[in-house]
Design a protein around this ligand. Structure first.
Ligand SMILES: C[S@@+](CC[C@H](N)C(=O)[O-])C[C@H]1O[C@@H](n2cnc3c(N)ncnc32)[C@H](O)[C@@H]1O
Length: 256
């Protein structure tokens, strides 16, 4: 029953270069692996490599249409769940800064480019007294997010542009954002708006993928065009496990 079938080649037959079936990889496969490793090292550890990788990543990202259907549904169902760990560590950051500023009660928090609303849900579960607004340019993303709105208005979602915020001057305690900033058409207008709506003791924490995020020199130009000092927007590493290690955080404090 378990005997070798008539078609099974005898042990020791076949090509040494075959690579499959547990033998050593063939020469062309080894060359391919070396080339991929070399490319990976150059891309990760040299400046031209990093620049080229960033350019390719931005090009690919620009082709991803996630603001209309069916992209919004795919993003909500497939991609957003992959970032669950990021949302919980960002929500912890928001809770921590509000607690340290003694503003955790009745704080107003705005998530810019909230997409399907996963981060808003994480924040709302930690800060039961806060008012949280998710804002997004895409009505179809907000159809997904709207499921999480509360009837008392504590958690709500609005269609809007980060570059033209529907909030009063000095009215927001925390502006937060994940994975959205590199999509903003007018990042300097958005930063001018964020600076306008933040309370003097407020703070903006904006997270983006390192590969797609603005470099320090790009961010200095954006800050200047927004009427801010280049040093007002601080670029730092995001905290919180493996997923967060692929992200950077931009921090902007409110003004007196
Ligand atoms: C990749 S999704 C990220 C969604 C969500 N923040 C998350 O982390 O899952 C980017 C979102 O930014 C939104 N967006 C792009 N430009 C925007 C703008 N100028 N103002 C507000 N939202 C914007 C898009 O509609 C999209 O929902």
């Amino acid at each position: 029953m378990f005997g070798r079938s008539k078609n099974t080649p005898p042990v020791g037959s076949g090509s040494i270069e075959a690579g499959a079936g547990g033998g050593r990889p063939g020469r062309s496969l080894r060359r391919l692996i070396s080339a991929v490793l070399l490319f990976g090292v150059l891309a990760a550890f040299t400046r031209p490599g990093q620049r080229a990788t960033r350019a390719v990543a931005r090009r690919l990202d620009a082709r991803v249409e996630c603001f209309t259907e069916p992209g919004s549904s795919t993003y909500a169902r497939v991609f957003a769940p992959l970032f669950g760990r990021l949302y919980s560590s960002v929500a912890e950051d928001v809770a921590r800064v509000l607690t340290s500023r003694r503003r955790h009660r009745l704080a107003t928090i705005v998530d810019l480019g909230c997409g399907p609303g996963d981060l808003v849900v994480e924040i709302a579960s930690r800060l039961k007294d806060a008012r949280i607004v998710g804002l997004d340019l895409s009505p179809s993303m907000l159809l997904w997010a709207g499921r999480h709105a509360t009837t008392d208005g504590r958690v709500r979602f609005v269609v809007g542009d980060a570059a033209d915020l529907p909030f009063g001057d000095a009215s927001v305690d925390v502006v937060v954002s994940t994975l959205s900033m590199h999509h903003w058409e007018d990042p300097s207008d958005a930063f001018a708006e964020i600076a306008r709506v933040l309370r003097p003791d407020g703070i903006a924490l904006l997270y983006d993928l390192s590969l797609l995020a603005y470099t320090p020199s790009e961010m200095a130009k954006i800050a200047e065009a927004a009427g801010l000092e280049p040093g007002d927007i601080v670029r730092e590493r995001a905290r919180g496990g493996l997923v967060a290690s692929f992200f950077v955080r931009f921090k902007l404090e409110g003004f007196e």
